[in-house]
Every structure is written in C-alpha cells, then in structure tokens.
Design a protein around this ligand. Structure first.
Ligand SMILES: [Zn+2]
Length: 138
C-alpha cells in the first residue's frame, strides 16, 4: 500500500473511531452501520478531506478520511459533514435515482443543481452542529 511505503500509518486512530461513534449517536443514526478508514487521497484527489460511500438500502455507509485528519474542530466538522451525507442519502438516492431520471428534459441540469444545493447545506449543518456542541460545552 502506498501509505506503508511512505511510512504513513493508515490505521484508524482511536479518537477518530470514538468521535465518529459519538456523532453517530448524537445524529440519531443508530440504524446505520458506518465503517471508517483512512487514505492519502480519498477519491484520488489530494484536496478531498473525506469521502462517504452510501448504501441506504443496507443502512450502511463507509467513510474514508484523508490520513492527516486531526482531532480538532475542523476534523470534527469533517466527521459530521460525512455522517450527514450518509444520513441524508435516503433522500439523495430517491431524488437522484428515482425522480431526476424521470425528468424528460434537463435531468443533467437538475442533478447538477441538486448537488450544488445539497453540498453547502450539509456543510452549513455540520458547522452549526459543531458550533452548538462547542457552545454547550462552555
Ligand atoms: Zn460533502
């Protein structure tokens, strides 16, 4: 594996496993199984912080975090962001897999527009939830 050759440990750290579990509970995702892993470049993209594969029919998600994720507020926002993608995936899969393919004209535009709308929404919700947690801890 590339990470091993470069001397980078791709073992999921204890804090990350624990934080994902805490947020999975906080987000009421008990029915979901969420597997996590690390990669040097999730999605083959060095700018990508994490990637969530979603299998809503199986109640399963898999998050691959970039290996340099840190145990800080930004890392926590990344965790919440990816969990929210998994939680939202039933709606996403319905819209993208059922509704949009049945639009006669402009389904590509609809799909791109939906993705452009959902990403900032997930981002904003993740930041808001981490903000709330930080404020509640004070
Ligand atoms: Zn996202």
């Amino acid at each position: 594996m590339l990470g091993a050759k470069m001397g980078i440990d791709l073992t999921v750290p204890e804090w990350l496993q624990s934080k994902v579990g805490q947020w999975k509970d906080a987000l009421h995702m008990a029915e979901w199984e969420v597997a996590i892993g690390l990669a040097l470049t999730p999605n083959g993209n060095a700018d990508c912080l994490a990637l969530a594969d979603q299998f809503p029919d199986l109640n399963f998600g898999r998050i691959v975090f970039r290996a340099d994720i840190e145990n800080n507020r930004f890392g926590e926002e990344t965790i919440v962001h990816e969990l929210l993608h998994i939680k939202h995936s039933r709606i996403d899969h319905f819209i993208e897999g059922v509704m949009i393919p049945n639009i006669d004209d402009g389904s590509l535009i609809c799909s791109m527009t939906y993705r452009q709308l959902i990403e900032p929404y997930i981002n904003s919700m993740a930041k808001a939830l981490v903000d709330m947690k930080v404020k509640n801890a004070q």
